[in-house]
Design a protein around this ligand. Sequence first.
Ligand code: C2E
Ligand code: CA
Ligand code: CA
Ligand code: CA
Length: 278
Amino acid sequence: VKEKGRADYSFYQTQMSVDLAARKTLEADMIRGLKNNEFFLVYQPQYSHIKGGITGCEALIRWRHPTRRIVPPIEFIPAAERSGFIGTLGEWGLNEACRQANEWRETLGEIPVSVNLSTVQFQRSDLLDIVRRVVKQHHVTPGALELEVTESVLMSDTERTFGIMQEMKSLGIRISIDDFGTGYSSLAYLKKFDADVLKIDRTFVSDMENNSNDRAIISAVINMAQSLDYHVIAEGVESREQYDLLMEMGCYAIQGYWFSKPLPADEFARFYTENQDK
Ligand code: C2E
Ligand code: CA
Ligand code: CA
Ligand code: CA
């Protein structure tokens, strides 16, 4: 038994070092990729029936890897978070989104862009400095930039988080609570943090036409959010049926494949022009 135990242990050790080596390689590859301009952003339009058009977009990162297909964020963001590279990558993303929004301001008009912030970025002491720098460099006007945080950010060190969010808001940045309903959400946090947008997670939307519990939850969230003065965006809307139900419930805007997939910047511009007043 002892022999077998030892064998298993060394096997585990070997696996560990393989994983560690793989992580180091991935990190080095990301550093190389960023230098090589392999990362880019795609933009998913958000549509509001109430506003009668596209109200903004969410920037989502992609990696055009030289020897692989286009790599989705799920395959490298977690590694970037573990290694700390997310700080550099996140700053790049913020800059790139603001640069793009400025370019569009000249050609299409003002389109608010929403950027995802990792919990790890939030934990670092330099986040506000980075955000201030980006706002200054790109002359970000009030309402032009939105930052998405998840509920886990609200949970940890609430005083510090509250201060950071207040400072962001004073810079004219809107704050949105991403993936709402999947974390340990508390209504008290929503009241305390006074964010601007609440994004209902896709898991509540995906089966809402069949599941009355999901509909009840969504409807309750919309009503609560409205009374707290949040804009509600439903994520992952894939069908006309879902869209109609959400509009009936008074949802402010939707984001999802039914309206549009995330698009490269040039395609977004075309889509925006075609759909502006529909
Ligand atoms: P998220 O912030 O919840 O982003 C929404 C995800 O849902 C995106 O996946 C989007 O492509 C996908 N999606 C949009 N509409 C639909 C739909 O109708 N149906 C389905 N099934 N999916 C839909 P994506 O681009 O693969 O991003 C995955 C996650 O990676 C994001 O989830 C976000 O947590 C993270 N992420 C993406 N870009 C960044 C970034 O620049 N920084 C950080 N920190 N995280 C990012
Ligand atoms: Ca998001
Ligand atoms: Ca989300
Ligand atoms: Ca508010």
